[in-house]
Design a protein. Structure first.
Length: 140
């Protein structure tokens, strides 16, 4: 019973993580618009160059995540976690589809629940991991 409560809590926390990633992306676009010379090849918000500049700034501010912080959780890498998180965009960000998207990437529901909770905690606790997640999420 405890595992199901944990899964539900984790599923409920996912929209906040997605919103956080979207907020960071919006902030990056605002920064790029305010300083087109420093942000991006074309200097336009939302360009690959502008996001790359923001990602570099974040890495400089927070450093790179440690190898230990990037260890997979329940067999789910941060890259896969970002793919699943972004994958629900196709379903209007319906968080009930997270398990389906994860399954499509070969991740069982049980492993996804553990990974979702674990990555959520790491992203919240370690700004370098959060920056790396944002980098992966926005690149998809």
């Amino acid at each position: 019973m405890n595992m199901f409560k944990s899964m539900i809590d984790t599923i409920n926390a996912t929209p906040a993580l997605i919103e956080s990633a979207n907020t960071l992306a919006a902030q990056a676009q605002t920064q790029a618009a305010m300083n087109p010379v420093a942000f991006g090849a074309a200097g336009m918000p939302g360009t690959v160059g502008s996001q790359a500049a923001v990602n570099i700034a974040n890495q400089q501010a927070h450093g790179a995540p440690s190898a230990e912080a990037l260890e997979p959780i329940a067999g789910v890498s941060l890259e896969t976690y970002a793919k699943v998180s972004k994958g629900i965009a196709a379903y209007g960000y319906d968080t009930t589809k997270l398990v389906d998207v994860a399954a499509g990437l070969g991740v069982s529901a049980v492993d996804w629940a553990v990974a979702q909770e674990g990555w959520g905690a790491r992203i919240q606790a370690d700004r370098a991991v959060g920056s790396r997640f944002n980098e992966l999420y926005t690149a998809l």
